[in-house]
Design a protein around this ligand. Structure first.
Ligand code: PLP
Length: 395
């Protein structure tokens, strides 16, 4: 074998979204692209806000000398300050630029944090249903992923279940709110109870338990809600996020991490994370993108357009009898599979030209994921196909 056994196994395990994507390409070629309703990938169909084009034009017309050179591994001071000011709006204390590092997306930031904190064999708790890359990111840095279920009715944090899973080898817990794939937002009271439990367990175990709050959907919250700032509730916490979704820039690889200034040994953590950003080969986040997002910290894509898509599809699908938690943010639904076998359901959906991802791809068999970051017009065209699918699935 030309690749390691482990990577060969991982490719097999991580293949659900990829498999559905390839299936989509095959079906498009066979049945015509306009007849396929592809809800598999979280790749926004929206364009970035107009203000981004204006910033880009300014940079092209008035280039700054040295703008393409290496910089501090943490990123431009000005960009980090703009990010710190943005976080401070929601935090109970002022955040400073020296607690922010610009990263290559949230994926890059998660790898930086995990490399910074993990000793070999230490455990990281992730919550089902989870973003599958967490498994691989944890393994990248010698850690072991431990899964804990969220509440099966609400997909909210089950603080008692997390507490029961914490042991002497636990190093961190990754949370994601608004959540991919469920769309739930963890409320401030839950985060407070979570933080109090962790503080108690840290005392008992005599070690730091990090919470890594993965928040790429934080600005995509509906009905005027805002996502509570983790720093207000959990001392040893790190925010990891990106502009992949809120500014619709996933291909540009721009994001950041920010450490809670109250964290134990925060300066050592920052030194470690800056070093890891360098030695993971990222060196620094893309220079041009850092300059672009500096003045866009209060901007986002049109959230109302996402909310309208959510409402359109939610009302139609629940009307047909699909059961799901109504997403409060992000752009995914995670309904119960009407067939016991979620893979069989995804295959049945394909028969009706609808592509979805089986829940087992997120560690939660018995569900399926719909990504509704697609053109509204495609959602509208897909509705009759959903009707037929619901009927055939026995709803
Ligand atoms: N975390 C979650 C929950 C995601 O859904 C994604 C992307 O879909 C990422 C992290 C990675 O995002 P990025 O493009 O910023 O690396």
């Amino acid at each position: 074998m030309s690749i390691s056994i482990k990577i060969a196994n991982y490719i097999e395990r991580a293949s659900w979204i990829r498999k559905m994507f390839e299936e989509g390409a095959r079906l498009r070629a066979e049945r015509g692209a306009e007849n396929i309703f592809d809800f598999t990938i979280g790749n926004p169909s929206t364009e970035p806000p107009a203000s981004l084009q204006q910033e880009l034009l300014k940079l092209a017309q008035q280039p700054v000398p040295g703008m393409h050179r290496y910089m501090s591994n943490a990123g431009y001071e000005e960009t980090r300050q703009a990010v710190a000011d943005h976080i401070s709006k929601n935090a109970s204390q002022q955040i400073e630029a020296n607690h922010v590092i610009m990263t290559c997306g949230a994926g890059g930031g998660l790898n930086v944090v995990l490399k910074t904190i993990l000793n070999p064999g230490e455990e990281v708790i992730i919550l089902t249903p989870y973003f599958v890359e967490y498994m691989f990111y944890i393994d990248n840095h010698g850690g072991t992923a431990e899964t804990v279920a969220t509440d099966p009715e609400t997909f909210q944090l089950d603080v008692a279940a997390i507490e029961a899973a914490i042991g002497p080898n636990t190093r961190a817990i990754i949370i994601n709110s608004p959540n991919n794939p469920t769309g739930v937002i963890y409320p401030a009271e839950t985060l407070q109870a979570f933080g109090e439990m962790l503080a108690r367990r840290e005392q008992e175990l005599g070690r730091t338990l990090f919470v890594i709050s993965d928040e790429p959907y934080a600005r995509l919250a509906y009905e005027g809600q805002s996502v509570p700032c983790i720093f207000n509730h959990i001392k040893n916490s790190v925010i990891v996020t990106s502009h992949s979704k809120d500014l619709a820039l996933p291909g540009e690889r721009i994001g950041y991490l920010a450490a809670n200034p109250a964290m134990d040994g925060v300066e050592q953590f920052m030194g470690g994370a800056i070093f890891c950003n360098r030695v993971l080969g990222f060196v620094n986040a893309p220079a041009l993108m850092q300059r672009l997002v500096t003045n866009l910290q209060e901007e986002s894509v049109d959230i109302n357009a996402y909310q309208e898509k959510r409402d359109l599809l939610y009302d139609h699908l629940t009307g047909l009898g699909f059961k799901m938690v109504k997403p409060q943010g992000g752009f995914y639904f995670f309904p119960e599979s009407p067939l016991e076998d979620d893979v069989a359901f995804a295959q049945l959906a394909q028969k009706h030209n609808i592509l979805v991802v089986p829940g087992r791809g997120f560690g939660a068999p018995g569900y399926f994921r719909i990504a509704y970051c697609v053109e509204r017009e495609m959602i509208e065209r897909s509705l009759p196909a959903w009707d037929k699918l619901a009927k055939e699935a026995g709803l």
